[in-house]
Design a protein around this ligand. Structure first.
Ligand SMILES: *Cc1c(COP(=O)(O)O)cnc(C)c1O
Length: 461
């Protein structure tokens, strides 16, 4: 017979991939589970809680690495990573910029008080009204192609006023087949046009953004740009900035535990009977600050490091981190609707909410971070394994396909907390499927005395 002990109503650890938690997040989840129950009673499930000051702490940590290298730099928060206007305001309030890819992200940045000098527009296929608004607000524009270069020239000419600042988006060799950016010939063409006296644009330098999370291909791309920097100078242009995009990593779980998990996992760990083909590096050894140090120390041009090359060429380094600036900045709380014993053994836990609010399974992958179980009352210990499903009738509406070991069967009214969901997880795919209303988002704000208060996370009117 199994020993049965009583589980007190505090957060208990499920599975083997415990989330790393910032202090203030831990205090709420572990220190005040009653408050989380109360918040979901009032605001519904799922509920996203956002800590804007954590974005500011992340920004300060990255800035201190760049300051230690004595490098002129500008950070832009990649605002697409999360729909929270509170995070955009936090970015502005700590003096960093915002990277916008739509008219709506631009409006949020301007509403948050961002001056155009603190806004860069990236992304492809910018509509004319977006380009107009960017010129109007005097933002920095990363030009994605020849046609966009011509359109921006025309808009700038029609607008009059000071010439808009433009970066040219480069397509690195590492992404030769990408649809984003321009190859050498197109860059040359744009630089020639920008160098003409009648140009209505001010060329400011180069931009690229690579997918993946390694620093080495980014250092390589800076090395590739060296010839273009020289070419620009020879035409009388002044390259002032090299913008390396985003892609700095987040560590979600302990690196050792993660490596052990990856080595030990097998098809039977997933209800699908399949190990997903790829995962985000949830337990990477290198965090964003160490990534930056390694990037700056990487070999670049003629034996110089990236940091040295940028200093010697008088170029400031721009970075547009999305995910890594949002590290730890939100949790997503799901209330358990019910648990059902499955014919093949184990349970399925139905939550009030859907996988659109924790969306990795829609990308044929998995959010390899265990949810924390917060029981709503004392409970006998009855270990089980369960996967987590949403409340829709889509067979694929599964938040976690992985079987997760629980010390007790989650029951109606319990909470499952997914930590660190701010980076693309919590709201990228959210919608009103089944006409369920959109999940609520709360800002967790701390006053000077450390007292916590919650506010709806809305744009300022
Ligand atoms: C998405 C994106 C970013 C942010 O990327 P992260 O991986 O979230 O850091 C930055 N720049 C551009 C151009 C992007 O498309």
């Amino acid at each position: 017979m199994r020993q049965s002990a009583t589980v007190p109503p505090q957060a208990v650890q499920a599975g083997c991939l415990a989330p790393l938690l910032a202090g203030c997040v831990r205090e709420l989840v572990h220190g005040n589970p009653g408050l989380l129950h109360e918040l979901t009673r009032v605001h519904g499930s799922p509920l996203h809680v956002v800590w804007p000051h954590l974005l500011q702490e992340n920004a300060r940590a990255m800035a201190s690495v760049l300051e230690a290298h004595d490098l002129p730099f500008q950070l832009f928060y990649g605002a697409k990573v999360n729909k929270s206007p509170g995070l955009v305001r936090a970015a502005r309030q700590c003096g960093i910029g915002v990277d916008v890819s739509s008219l709506y992200e631009l409006r949020d940045a301007l509403a948050a008080g961002a001056h155009g000098a603190y806004v860069v527009a990236t992304g492809p296929a910018k509509p004319d009204d977006f380009l107009h608004a960017l010129v109007e607000a005097r933002c920095l524009v990363s030009v994605d192609g020849l046609e966009e270069f011509d359109t921006l020239q025309q808009i700038a000419r029609a607008h009059g006023g000071p010439a808009p600042r433009a970066l040219l988006r480069y397509r690195p060799h590492a992404a030769a087949a990408s649809r984003f950016g321009m190859g050498a010939d197109e860059l040359l063409h744009c630089m020639r046009m920008a160098a003409r006296p009648e140009s209505a644009l001010r060329f400011d330098g180069f931009h690229f953004h690579l997918s993946g999370y390694d620093h080495a291909p980014r250092a390589q791309a800076v090395a590739e740009l060296a010839a273009h920097v020289d070419a620009a100078r020879s035409m009388g242009l002044v390259p002032r900035m090299i913008d390396i995009g985003g892609g700095l990593p987040i560590r979600y779980v302990d690196a050792g535990a993660y490596e052990d998990f990856l080595q030990g996992q097998h098809a039977g760990d997933y209800r699908t009977g399949r190990v997903p083909a790829s995962f985000y590096p949830y337990g990477c050894r290198v965090d964003a600050c160490e990534w930056l140090r390694r990037f700056l120390a990487s070999p670049c041009h003629e034996g110089q490091s990236v940091g040295r090359y940028l200093r010697d060429t008088d170029c400031s380094l721009a970075i547009e981190p999305g995910r890594s600036l949002a590290d730890q900045a939100a949790i997503s709380v799901f209330r358990v609707h019910s648990s059902k014993l499955l014919a093949q053994g184990g349970h399925v836990v139905f939550v009030e909410g859907s996988s659109f609010s924790a969306c990795e399974t829609w990308f044929s992958s998995e959010f390899l971070v265990d949810p924390l179980l917060i029981p709503c009352g004392p409970r006998a210990q009855v270990p089980t394994r369960a996967y987590i499903a949403g409340h829709s009738c889509l067979d694929d509406d599964v938040i976690t396909n992985r079987w997760i070991g629980f010390p007790t069967v989650p029951q109606r009214g319990d909470l499952l907390v997914y930590a660190n969901t701010a980076g693309y997880q919590m709201d990228l795919l959210e919608n009103e499927f089944h006409r369920h209303p959109m999940p609520h988002r709360l800002l967790a704000l701390q006053d000077a005395a450390g007292a916590l208060r919650f506010e709806p996370d809305k744009p300022v009117e």
